[in-house]
Design a protein around this ligand. Structure first.
Ligand code: FES
Length: 211
């Protein structure tokens, strides 16, 4: 429940109860996935980023694919217009909720030096601003440096905001834990869960450089 709705529930309990009952009881025939996809269409149409951030992960959780989420955004086009659709796509790209386009990520990332290898403490994650976002640098041993995109492969948020457990990082949103040397999800129940997105780097002349 949003803070505003919580306020309304305290300030106008009868009205808030009726409103919440309406939301709960009015939609009977649609399954969760369809409901969330329709919510995406409406959120894009009215241009509410907060609503989109709320319902797109719910749609994924309810079984929608990233392709279906993209289709829902495009369904809003006649009502929303191009700008709102493009804004929504940017939000969903940041959340990794639309399909990757091959080669797109590479083009977005400039060739760059991330830092001196000695600048990165051993067995500890370091976040480095890069391109439009952040990268996680993990120096497993002297010259063994692993670099990962910071976005959580589950649904959203930057793992740079996560809990640093040394060799592991824990996402603050749903508490998935990732090993920073292998990139694999280790908790909870790692079976079938995606790992971190790798960034290939080289260590040359004492510098860590995106390959
Ligand atoms: S967004 Fe769900 S675990 Fe990170």
């Amino acid at each position: 429940m949003s803070k505003a709705l919580r306020y309304l529930a305290a300030a106008r309990p009868a009205a808030a109860t009726s409103l919440l009952t309406f939301y709960k009881e009015s939609v009977q025939a649609l399954d969760d996935k369809t409901r969330c996809l329709i919510q995406i269409v409406t959120k894009v149409s009215v241009g509410t980023e907060r609503g989109l951030r709320q319902y797109a992960p719910k749609a994924l959780k309810a079984g929608a694919s990233k392709e279906e989420i993209l289709d829902a955004v495009l369904m809003a086009f006649p009502a929303a217009g191009l700008n709102k659709v493009l804004d929504a796509i940017q939000v969903l790209r940041d959340l990794d909720l639309v399909p990757e386009v091959e080669g797109d990520q590479k083009q977005a990332l400039p060739d760059s030096v991330l830092g001196n290898v000695e600048d990165f403490p051993l067995q500890k994650m370091t976040c480095v601003a890069y391109g439009d976002g952040n990268l996680i640098v993990y120096r497993a041993s002297e010259q063994n440096v692993k670099v990962w995109q910071s976005r959580c492969p589950h649904a959203k948020t930057s793992l740079c905001e996560g809990v640093d457990h040394g060799q592991q990082v824990e996402c603050r949103v749903h508490n998935w834990v990732f090993d920073l040397e292998s990139g694999a999800c280790t908790e909870p129940d790692p079976q079938g869960k995606p790992g971190l997105f790798p960034v290939s780097v080289v260590v040359e002349d004492g510098l860590v450089r995106v390959a």
